[in-house]
Design a protein around this ligand. Structure first.
Ligand SMILES: Cc1cc2nc3c(=O)[nH]c(=O)nc-3n(C[C@H](O)[C@H](O)[C@H](O)COP(=O)(O)OP(=O)(O)OC[C@H]3O[C@@H](n4cnc5c(N)ncnc54)[C@H](O)[C@@H]3O)c2cc1C
Length: 360
């Protein structure tokens, strides 16, 4: 069985790695730079933050666990590969603490390791905070990762397990008699039995000519990145002004919100303002300097939940499109692989099927 994965962002990379490592014949096609589009521009916080219903929360909790599983799997492999994941948790506070308290109590009631902490504990979590909050929520299970580096590692691991990666754009997905037959590229047609759509915001456009409608509601997110600096921020820091974390390479990533702010009129001024807010937040941050900024659409299905699973109308078409793709990539790669390789439907994916939109 030949499988083509369209997209080399964090989702395509994870699906490709899991397929290849479980013996599948896989080719990844990506028409852009390896490492993705949304993935490159992501805040990359691994979490089950407040605001999700119980079913989705439980899925995200498993998703966090699955990053540990994947870290273990790769570290135990012949190559002893390390994933650049920071498991130092997240610290969250607001100017009015009531909402933080009630959200934290709700999540803690579901057994999520989050708790209200005092200033001393906040300072132990983030020693460089200039004005540590009197009260904050500490979610010790959470983490963040270096998104591009992680996607590239997973693609390399896929190749080490026999996958092929081609830098080419898919013009269209081909079907014959209601089944996938391959893809059309500028260099010609490539045959396939299964096509995995992991093309981020292009996923719906690739599916539409097959008669498969994927309702999306993407929104843009603007973030700033500093030049490499010495260790300043231990975990994810969610303050009332800015959300901040530090990549394993030393770059600090900042947004007014972790999901990124709206596209600014003047990105340079906006980046400088995010820098100034970060410097207000942390001691010893005078040397921070803007290196770049990112602006990308967040691939978001219309109801905000992921879409994962086979199309019911086109045999061999498998859809993986979502926001929170950083949090979810490890579990999606593992479970999608199980379904693609024919083990049958995985029950915890059922709430995330395309059929909930009355689409097939
Ligand atoms: C500002 C921002 C902040 C975010 N913060 C978080 C966060 O804190 N936590 C979290 O979990 N998630 C977060 N997300 C969401 C997360 O980053 C995305 O869900 C995830 O990166 C999606 O990965 P992907 O592989 O599906 O898409 P992408 O990274 O966009 O990759 C899709 C790939 O498909 C390729 N492609 C598209 N069309 C074709 C074609 N026709 N032929 C060949 N290749 C094609 C593209 O070149 C691209 O490489 C954030 C996103 C943004 C933008």
């Amino acid at each position: 069985m030949k499988t083509i994965v369209i997209g080399g962002g964090i989702i395509g990379a994870s699906v490709a790695y899991h397929l290849a490592s479980r013996g599948a014949d896989v080719t990844v096609l990506d028409g852009g730079k390896r490492g993705g589009i949304a993935t490159v521009a992501s805040f990359a916080w691994i979490n089950s933050a407040p605001g999700n219903d119980r079913t989705y929360h439980e899925f995200r909790l498993k998703a966090i666990l699955d990053w540990h599983r994947l870290q273990h799997e790769l570290a135990a492999s012949d190559r002893g590969t390390e994933l650049p994941i920071n498991w130092n948790g997240s610290l969250w506070w607001e100017n009015t603490p009531e909402d933080v308290r009630s959200d934290t109590a709700n999540l803690a009631g579901w057994g999520y390791p989050t708790e209200m902490i005092n200033r001393d504990t906040a300072l132990a979590q983030e020693p460089y905070l200039r004005n540590a909050p009197k009260e904050a929520a500490l979610s010790s299970l959470e983490g963040s990762l270096s998104p591009v580096e992680t996607a590239l590692i997973l693609l390399d691991e896929a190749v080490a397990q026999g996958a092929e990666i081609l830098e080419t754009t898919v013009d269209s997905v081909l079907q014959a008699d209601g089944k996938i037959s391959g893809v059309r590229t500028p260099d010609g047609d490539l045959p396939a039995d299964v096509v995995v759509l992991a093309a981020g915001i292009a996923t719906d456009q690739l599916a539409a000519p097959l008669g498969v409608t994927i309702p999306m509601d993407n929104s843009p997110g603007f973030l700033m990145q500093t030049a490499v600096t010495s260790p300043l921020i231990r975990g994810v820091t969610l303050s009332p002004g800015v959300h901040v974390r530090q990549n394993s390479d030393g770059r600090v990533v900042v947004g007014h919100d972790f999901g990124g702010g709206p596209p600014p009129d003047d990105p340079v001024t906006e980046a400088q303002s995010l820098l100034a807010e970060t410097q207000k937040l942390f001691d010893d941050s005078d040397g921070l300097a803007v290196e770049t900024w990112t602006l990308a659409q967040r691939p978001t299905p219309a109801d905000g939940l992921p879409i994962i699973g086979p199309s019911q109308s086109v045999g061999g078409l498998y859809i993986t499109v979502m926001h929170s793709g950083i949090t979810l990539a490890a579990i999606v790669g593992r479970l999608a692989t199980e379904e693609i390789l024919g083990a049958g439907p995985v029950d915890i994916l059922e709430p995330f099927r395309l059929t909930r939109f009355n689409q097939t």
